[in-house]
Write a protein that binds this ligand. Structure first.
Ligand code: B12
Ligand code: SF4
Length: 479
């Protein structure tokens, strides 16, 4: 069969992310013996036309659209991506063949999103098993609405969402080999790293989080030797390109992560490694040293708050004491670090906000960046969802396709902005989404990409101070 795979994401902030999920689906489909064409809309000048041309010229028997983002999850600057996705589905449907959507945002709201974009079917969770099975059914002219992981919609009934189809042994998975499907140079030119995924799932139960719906609530990990081999292959394909780990929690399970980092160090690959999802709950000296030896240079740490009361409210599973230990241990490593904090969760008040900012003052060195995000995007079936309904802030009927942000009513909305303005004025290394959306940011990415230096998300304090000194970053305007 001829199968067209389309990566629809066009968001380039905070950096253009290579479509690893769509690439995996394309690789699996090719391994199944199909003729695959891949269209990446990220850098297309006319994305709709590019898609329409691919549909007409390739004449596919089935089309898979990967939809990464639902919205920007940012109260300060909310962007909704799904109307574009719906338009891409409409264009794909002109081919007259089944159009199937998948991607991480499907896990957040499988039925609602499949229905919203008007696809013939959706796949939520792992796509590696479900998509080939759908193609087999299409080939045989059989219905596929009973395939695990598939979501189907009918006019007069709510969407039918089958239980997920999880791949238990990640060692069996096809490699994404993103450079076979995308023009990776265009990403590298704007600091986009090569992505690698080493595990799926998360055992924590943070009150606002969707990751367990996407990947499950227990861990499935790739064999360490395979991770090393994938990294070696990346180095051969693109010497010098940084590699970013896209795992939900990079350092949990801790023994696995340490073993993996030690094996990478042992292989002496000389790679520049980055990661987000570094959880303060599981840190020790051996981990930090093993990461440094492996080649980690940029790390995003995600405490979300530094108030014990708020850590309990958000069900983060650690305390300020362990966060302080994490901040101390971080000092062992010569990394660039971005710390992420969410402000305004249930119970947040002036006192808990003051606790968080006091911690930042005491523990975070001025070379580290601090990302401050007021407002928590409420997702269906989370504890935060239930809290927002119980507090009368949200109607139980709200579909939550369009974003709704929880902001603790104990602090007036304007006060969140005032606090950010005050703190950013004192600390040029504190930042918000508004800096990422600054008109200079794309240029910044091009310059950093051209110089082949790391994405500026964790090294921007100098640049931001400079912009402030010439009047181009005014704290008042930057929130
Ligand atoms: C790592 C990560 C990041 C990193 C990315 C680093 C990098 N170099 O790639 C960083 C921190 C930069 C980031 C940024 C953002 N992220 Co992010 N990120 C993730 C995370 C943890 C993993 C994504 C990933 O790569 N997974 C690994 C791949 C292999 O899985 P996958 O893409 O889901 O693909 C599988 C399936 O979805 C499916 N599939 C995929 N495509 C297709 C297509 C078809 C046809 C089929 C059948 C199946 C299928 O099969 C694949 C294999 O099983 C997810 C949460 C999560 N656990 O999924 C959030 C997540 C994707 N991010 C999200 C968001 C919102 C963002 C931002 C918009 C936030 C912001 N405002 O800055 C930006 C957008 C960046 C951009 N340019 O697009 C949301 C998206 C959904 C939503 N709520 O809108 C998620 C789901 C988190 C959440 N809040 O729920 N992110
Ligand atoms: S640790 Fe991270 S991925 Fe896991 S539930 Fe909490 S926020 Fe979600």
């Amino acid at each position: 069969m001829r199968v067209l795979i389309v990566a629809t994401n066009r968001e380039r902030a905070p950096l253009p992310v290579v479509p690893i999920g769509a690439s995996i689906i394309a690789s699996v489909t090719k391994e199944e013996g199909h003729d695959v064409r891949f269209v990446d809309l990220m850098f297309q000048r006319r994305p709709k036309r590019a898609l329409a041309e691919a549909v007409q010229s390739f004449r596919p028997d089935a089309i898979g659209l990967s939809i990464r983002n639902l919205d920007s999850t940012s109260w300060l600057k909310s962007t909704f991506y799904l109307d574009d996705a719906r338009e891409y589905v409409r264009i794909a449907k002109t081919g007259g063949v089944p159009v199937i959507v998948g991607g991480p945002c499907l896990g957040v709201h499988p039925g609602g999103i499949t229905e919203y974009v008007r696809a013939d079917a959706g796949v939520w969770g792992d796509g590696e098993a479900a998509f080939p099975e759908i193609l087999r059914r299409i080939e045989r002219g059989q219905p596929f609405d009973d395939v695990p992981g598939v979501v189907t919609c009918t006019e007069d009934a709510p969407p039918k969402v089958n239980p997920q189809y999880r791949v238990e042994d990640l060692g069996e998975l096809a490699r994404p080999r993103v450079w076979q499907w995308t023009n990776f140079r265009q990403y590298a030119d704007r600091t986009g790293p090569l992505p690698i995924q080493t595990r799926r799932g998360c055992v924590f139960n943070c009150s606002y989080c969707t990751y367990k719906f996407i990947e499950g609530d227990s861990y499935r990990s790739k064999p360490v030797e395979q991770v090393v081999d994938e990294l070696r292959e990346m180095k051969e394909a693109f010497p010098g390109a940084p590699v970013e780990f896209v795992d939900s929690t990079f350092n949990v399970p801790l023994p696995y992560t340490i073993a993996m980092c030690e094996a990478i160090a042992e292989a002496d690959l000389g790679l520049h490694l980055h990661t987000s999802g570094f959880n303060p709950a599981a840190v020790n000296e051996r981990l930090i040293d093993a990461m440094t030896a492996a080649g980690f240079s940029q790390v995003v740490i995600t405490p979300e708050t530094a108030s014990d009361r708020m850590l309990r409210s958000l069900q983060k599973g650690f305390t300020v004491r362990s966060l302080r230990k994490c901040a101390q241990l971080r000092k062992r490593a010569p990394w660039s670090v971005l710390w992420v904090f969410l402000l305004g969760g249930p119970g947040e008040d002036e006192e808990t906000l003051a606790e968080t900012f006091k911690f930042l003052e005491e523990e975070i060195p001025s070379e580290d960046m601090v990302f401050l995000q007021p407002g928590l995007r409420v997702y269906p079936n989370t504890k935060l969802h239930r809290d927002a309904i119980a507090e009368g802030l949200l109607s139980p009927d709200e579909p939550l396709i369009r974003p709704f942000y929880y902001l603790s009513p104990r602090v007036p909305e304007m006060r969140y902005r005032e606090i950010l303005v005050e703190e950013i004025a004192k600390h040029p290394n504190y930042t918000t989404i508004k800096d990422v959306l600054h008109p200079f940011f794309p240029l910044y990415l091009r310059i950093a990409g051209g110089l082949r230096v790391a994405a500026p998300i964790s090294r921007a304090a100098g640049g931001l101070s400079k912009l402030a000194s010439i009047g181009l970053r005014r704290p008042g305007a930057s929130v």
